[in-house]
Design a protein around this ligand. Sequence first.
Ligand SMILES: NC(=O)c1ccc[n+]([C@@H]2O[C@H](COP(=O)([O-])OP(=O)(O)OC[C@H]3O[C@@H](n4cnc5c(N)ncnc54)[C@H](OP(=O)(O)O)[C@@H]3O)[C@@H](O)[C@H]2O)c1
Length: 346
Amino acid sequence: MKHIRLSIIGFGVVGQGLAELLVTKKALLHQQFGFDVTLVSVANARSGFIYREDGLDIPTILKLSATKQPLTAHPGVTHWPNALEGLRATGGDVLAEATGTNLRDAEPGMSHIRAALSQGMHVITANKGPAALAAHDLFALAQQHGVHLRMESTVMAGTPVISTVSEGMAGTQVRSVRGILNGTTNYILSAMATGRDYREVLAEAQSQGYAEADPTADVEGYDAVAKTLILAALVFDHSLKPDQVVRQGITAITQEQMQRAIEEGKRIKLIASLNLSSNQDKSSLEASVAPVALPLGDPLSRVDGVLNAITFQTDTLSEVTVIGPGAGKLQTGQGLLSDLIAIAKQ
Ligand SMILES: NC(=O)c1ccc[n+]([C@@H]2O[C@H](COP(=O)([O-])OP(=O)(O)OC[C@H]3O[C@@H](n4cnc5c(N)ncnc54)[C@H](OP(=O)(O)O)[C@@H]3O)[C@@H](O)[C@H]2O)c1
């Protein structure tokens, strides 16, 4: 029986989702995959970093978070005000990094991930910032220290996208990727296709928790750009910068454009796309995020609501489309769990 000592930094929706799954899937991890997880440390911004050599009691930590009490109320813990200092002082086998995405400098996630890899910890992350801005550097750092870095849940949460390409479709050559990678904008566009007004639907999405109070990252396409950068690095091994992705959001789409598309038998979707073109041994990758009117024969045209989807065009498989959730507590926690299992298997 393997024992994995896990640290979770960032204990919001996703960190708690993973913690819940560690409780509900404990027997399955033991019986099916032959390992146990001891959660040795947890950190959030308010409480800092707590550590317990013999392991934290997960239901207690979840209850403290749900009732907005400090994590330091867990019995018998050692405390550091700063997650990075706590992580450096304590370590573990695997870090699950789930602090908020920051697409300017990827902090604080970048420092947490770099510190963990440098001290020989495997890392699993849902944080799009470090993955979008520095995937190549971080994979190189992981390799240098003989550890794994996995980021399934950064694109389409727990719906297997990255592992589908790297493991399930190993050996095929992906030529292009097109995806609906942002649930908020897909929810808005799906509702607009029924004749509703953009502002009204955005307000509804905000009240239902699908859209942030400041929806800019979603509606202007920045979130989809981050996922496009991650796919560029992981699927095509191309390190693109954010300004190399042509970006157009959905805020300028009118009801007239929506209805014209419907009359033409099409649906407008916010499509992230990556196209590989090769000439004379040099390959270049064109990347964009923009609204596109798709014919109804295209599987992406029929993916509605908060669902996400991605279509890979490859040399041996023609087209492969994966559809599934792109967000949510347990859905994203599942992506981290599958990464943890993959690491445990190795
Ligand atoms: N939610 C989803 O469905 C989803 C899906 C895919 C990917 N993701 C990505 O997963 C990550 C987490 O998302 P989330 O929805 O869980 O966000 P969240 O609920 O806002 O949680 C973020 C957590 O990070 C903590 N944090 C912030 N700065 C910190 C620091 N310096 N040290 C330690 N902890 C710190 C916060 O502490 P406090 O609790 O004290 O504020 C909070 O616990 C994000 O990068 C997001 O883009 C989320």
